[in-house]
Structures are given as structure tokens and as C-alpha cells.
Design a protein around this ligand. Structure first.
Ligand SMILES: *[C@@H]1O[C@H](CO)[C@@H](O)[C@H](O)[C@H]1NC(C)=O
Ligand SMILES: *[C@@H]1O[C@H](CO)[C@@H](O)[C@H](O)[C@H]1NC(C)=O
Ligand SMILES: *[C@@H]1O[C@H](CO)[C@@H](O)[C@H](O)[C@H]1NC(C)=O
Ligand SMILES: *[C@@H]1O[C@H](CO)[C@@H](O)[C@H](O)[C@H]1NC(C)=O
Length: 366
């Protein structure tokens, strides 16, 4: 009996059947939780794609400097058939011309909106305030829009000293990710901004929640540089960012900043994910760069990508910063997105003539 000392309590008070039930319940809960974590944070790695990846630092710290397989932009030609096909396919899931933002007519003050983030027993929500309702566009910001040549500019350190600024500014419509710094980098990244995303967390990561007045000034100055462009704020991703969204809205109103705000529906992530799932590519949790490309692909005849380079060495073996504008060390977690896989997807689309992926300095500055 001594051996059963510890479990004897359960046998005595609960009985075998109930014990079995508890274990079963525990297993069910555990697998639900594991599934949840998996869905939120893990990637389905397509290893056949990764095998072709030749340009990254190995975990041992040694460089794997064989970037000869990077994209060649000089011999690139666009393939009309492939481009049209993508445009048709995206349309089956959503159309950025009508669905890029929630509209005033779609919600009213007092309505509840559920965040994208969801937990096992808890799905956070927010009530639409009168002020927020006023910030929603009354008409779709990209209604009936069509552009010939678009640039989608990521923030990779590959742009540092690239001299791509002039080339980027020649595009009719320029997308930028996460309110990046332009000042002092115009030669490399240009100045044109027609559609800029802003993850509300940048207010903490780059503006330190306005710990000093000059940081607030810098933020206001940065918003002013959008000069009437669209500011796309994924406001319904995480509830913890609610106050950052609120501050941004207050600043835009109080300082009379000339931007057109867009707040994607919390369903946007689902639409984009479904589109990619319908393709031959595996993109488990599309990053904002992937979102921008998906928008551009359906709005533009020709899409050129810059600064989408998730590796820390370039084709010449030089070290690459994480972002062209900040000294932060290179991160390989990529905020829960699988950037190397996304890069491979872009590279494959480049080779098919669907988009042009710039992974080198620009012509003029070579
Ligand atoms: C470098 O990459 C090319 C193209 O992918 C490949 O053919 C070659 O074998 C690689 N060289 C080394 C040393 O890994
Ligand atoms: C465009 O792509 C399609 C489908 O991949 C292919 O059949 C066609 O030959 C390509 N056209 C050109 C001009 O390369
Ligand atoms: C996109 O907008 C159109 C027009 O407002 C609407 O009919 C459609 O349902 C929207 N699509 C999705 C996926 O919500
Ligand atoms: C894009 O933005 C620039 C200023 O950054 C502006 O001059 C240009 O007219 C905009 N283009 C479109 C199509 O809105």
C-alpha cells in the first residue's frame, strides 16, 4: 500500500472513473492550448523552400555567404498573365478598393469590435467611441484606384547605402511599412509615401510613449510628412495597443495633421491568410510586408519590392542592419512571422514575373 500513498487520495475520494475523466479533460484542454499556441505563433515551414536559401548566417555564427541565388533585377520582365491571374484570385477574398478600412457606415458608436487576438477562454473587444467613429473614413480610401507602377518598401538594412531613393520615388504609388524614418535616408529610400502602415506599438518602440517632449514632436513631424497619404493602422490586433491608437487619433485631430486614416477590419488578417492558403505558397502568418504586397498586387500593374530582405549578410558578404534606420541588432524572431519563407515566396514570384524584388543597390548608384 505504501507505493500507492500519493495517489491513494484520488482513489479514495474520486474513484477511477472520475480520475480518468479528469485526465481526459486535462488532455483535451492541453491539446486545445497547444493548438492555440501553434495557430498563433508557429509556422508551417516548407523545408523544400528553405533548402534553396543560400544567404543567411548559420546559427553557429559562421556566415553562409552564397547569395548568388539572389534575384537578378536586370534581366527581369513582367508576366502579364501571371499578374492578371493574381489580381483575379485576390479579388475572390477581398478587394483593397472597397475593404481596406472599416467605414463609418459599417459600425456605429456603441458597437463592439472583437480584436484579432483571442485567448482560450477570452476574446477581448472594444466599444466604438464617437471620436473613433469620426476618424473612420466615410468612403473607401482606395475606391476605384488603379496604379501603373507601385513600390512596396520594407525596412531592411539592405536599403542602407543602396541609393534607391530616386528609383523608389519614380513609382506612382509608394507603400511603406510601420511608419519608418525617412529623414536623413532620402538618398536610399526616397520621400514619396502614399500608403503607410503603422503598428500602434511603434509609439513605444520608437517614440518611447513620449517619455520626452521632443519624442512627441518627432512623432508629429513624422505624421506631417505623410502629406495627405493614407495612414493604415491595424487597430484591432491587440487590445493592449488600444491607448496607442487613441493617442495617435488625438494627435491627428489636435494638430490638424493631413492624413487619411484607415483602420482595417479585424477580419483582414483572415482574408489575406485565406488568399495565400489558396496559392501554392505556405505563408502561415503573413507579415505587414506581405499585406502590403497583397494590396499592391491587386491595385497595380507592376509591383516593385524594396527593403524586403530578412538576412544579415548581403550578396557581397557585408553585414546588414536589421532596419536601415535604427541601430537595433538583427533579430531572427521577426515578431512571429516567418520572414525567410516570405522572402522565398517573393523570390519565386519575382522569377515568374509577378513582381520585381530588388535585393541589391540600385542601378544609378552601383
Ligand atoms: C551557391 O549557390 C549556387 C546556386 O544556388 C549553387 O549552385 C552552388 O552550389 C552554391 N555554392 C556553395 C559553395 O554552396
Ligand atoms: C507567363 O507565365 C505563364 C504561366 O507561367 C507562361 O505560360 C508564359 O509563357 C509566360 N509568358 C511569358 C511572356 O513569359
Ligand atoms: C468588401 O466590400 C464590399 C463592398 O462594400 C462588400 O460587399 C464585401 O462584402 C466586402 N468583402 C468582405 C470580405 O468583407
Ligand atoms: C503619392 O504621394 C506623393 C507625395 O508623397 C504625391 O505627390 C502623389 O501625388 C501621390 N500619388 C498618388 C497617386 O496619390
Amino acid at each position: 500500500m505504501a507505493c500507492h500513498g500519493a495517489t491513494g487520495i484520488f482513489h479514495g475520494s474520486l474513484g477511477r472513473k472520475r480520475m480518468g475523466f479528469l485526465v481526459l479533460m486535462f488532455l483535451v484542454l492541453f491539446s486545445m492550448m497547444a493548438f492555440h499556441v501553434q495557430r498563433q505563433w508557429m509556422f508551417v515551414r516548407d523545408t523544400t523552400l528553405l533548402e534553396t536559401l543560400e544567404c543567411y548566417r548559420l546559427q553557429s555564427g559562421a556566415k553562409k555567404n552564397n547569395c548568388s541565388s539572389l534575384t537578378d533585377t536586370r534581366s527581369w520582365t513582367r508576366n502579364e498573365t501571371v499578374i492578371k491571374d493574381i489580381q483575379e484570385k485576390v479579388k475572390q477574398f477581398f478587394d483593397p478598393r472597397s475593404n481596406i478600412s472599416l467605414l463609418q457606415s459599417q459600425v456605429k458608436p456603441g458597437d463592439r469590435i472583437w480584436f484579432l487576438e483571442s485567448h482560450l477562454f477570452w476574446h477581448p473587444s472594444v466599444t466604438v467611441s464617437q471620436n473613433f467613429h469620426n476618424m473612420l473614413p466615410s468612403r473607401p480610401p482606395l475606391e476605384n484606384k488603379h496604379f501603373r507602377k507601385c513600390a512596396v518598401v520594407g525596412n531592411s538594412g539592405i536599403l542602407f547605402n543602396s541609393g534607391c531613393g530616386k528609383e523608389i520615388d519614380t513609382h506612382d504609388f509608394v507603400f511603406r511599412c510601420n511608419l519608418p524614418e525617412l529623414e536623413g535616408h532620402e538618398r536610399d529610400v526616397g520621400t514619396k509615401s502614399n500608403f503607410t502602415t503603422m503598428n500602434p506599438s511603434v509609439m513605444f518602440t520608437y517614440y518611447k510613449d513620449f517619455a520626452e517632449p521632443k519624442l512627441k514632436e518627432r512623432f508629429i513631424k513624422r505624421l506631417r510628412r505623410l502629406e495627405g497619404g493614407i495612414l493604415f493602422i491595424p487597430a484591432f490586433v491587440a487590445k493592449s495597443e488600444k491607448h496607442h491608437v487613441q493617442w495617435t487619433n488625438d494627435i491627428i485631430l489636435k494638430h490638424n495633421i493631413n492624413v487619411r486614416t484607415a483602420y482595417p477590419s479585424p477580419d483582414m488578417e483572415k482574408w489575406i491568410r485565406r488568399y495565400w492558403k489558396s496559392t501554392e505558397y505556405r505563408v502561415a502568418r503573413p507579415s505587414s510586408g506581405m499585406w502590403m504586397y497583397t494590396f499592391a498586387a491587386s491595385l497595380c500593374d507592376e509591383v516593385h519590392l524594396y527593403g524586403m530582405y530578412p538576412f544579415d549578410i548581403d550578396r557581397y558578404g557585408r553585414n546588414i542592419k536589421y532596419h536601415y534606420y535604427d541601430p537595433r541588432p538583427f533579430a531572427t524572431m521577426y515578431g512571429g512571422h516567418d520572414m525567410p519563407i516570405e522572402f522565398q515566396v517573393f523570390k519565386s514570384l519575382h522569377e515568374k514575373g509577378a513582381l520585381r524584388l530588388q535585393t541589391d543597390k540600385c542601378q544609378a548608384s552601383r
